[in-house]
Design a protein around this ligand. Sequence first.
Ligand code: ZN
Length: 320
Amino acid sequence: MPELPEVQTTVNGINRRVRGLKIIDVWTDYDSAFHARKNNIKNKDYFRKVFRPNVLGNKILNAKRRAKNILINISGNHTVLIHLKMTGHLLFGKYRKITDNKPFGKLRASNTTNKNRKEKWETMEKGPLRDPYNQYIHLVFTLSNRKHLVLSDVRKFAKVLLLKTSEIADSPDVKTIGPEPLDNKFSKNVIESRLMKKPRAKIKTALMDQALIAGIGNIYSDEILWLAGVGPERKVELVKDTEWDKIYKATKTILKAGIKMGGDSLSDYRNLEGKKGSYQNFHKAYQQTGKTCSKRDCRGIIKRIRIGGRSGHFCPKHQK
Ligand SMILES: [Zn+2]
């Protein structure tokens, strides 16, 4: 799942490539009965009556990030909120809509009806936008330069909705989120006091709790704890003062490195150009099970454990 560095990479890409363009059309094939009556474009009525009319004709002013949410501010006091969830990522380039006339499954051609005619989008560009992970396009903004901002999302878990820009801070998706670890105001005291709200939780679980601290997920929590030398199963209340300092510093260092590398593309994440980030090449713990720990003179063997339904990776020798 994209975490803070991946979401920031996408936000930076939007500000560089898409800012100032006007939205002249919007299309989606997200449609889920589970989302009926919800504020989410997977609810067809919401898309048609709320989302579409309020984005059409408006200009993309800028993009911001809050935790793992992408906030695209548009003119008319509206903001498009996109949470990429498991496999979503935004792409920018030239696309065209094609209508797939092939009937689904084992239906014969003679049974083809309008219902079986499926619209889909493909890029007209060569290069990384053709990466297989970039082909699951379920949301398309047609922009005033005739290029497109699209959302590729193989598992279709992404969340997209529209908010009044002035009401973002109070919206349910944003108001419960903890502080941003790359903010200037973030400090050792902030991380310690936030995580100490759940003193009995395991430190890895607490680091990933968006209500305590924003933007950290499975990959970066493993890497932060490896660098800080603290075991993922340690109870928050048992973290020592000197270790809080190490966790604080490691959090800044690791997240900044993730952004510098353009995010982590071990899984589906791609940047706005459809290219991979490179942080996956620098993992010290995450998915390094069985490898020798790369901390100097440590020689521990990275181990995988289950923590709160997620997998955690750590070095049992230098992370206690
Ligand atoms: Zn080690």
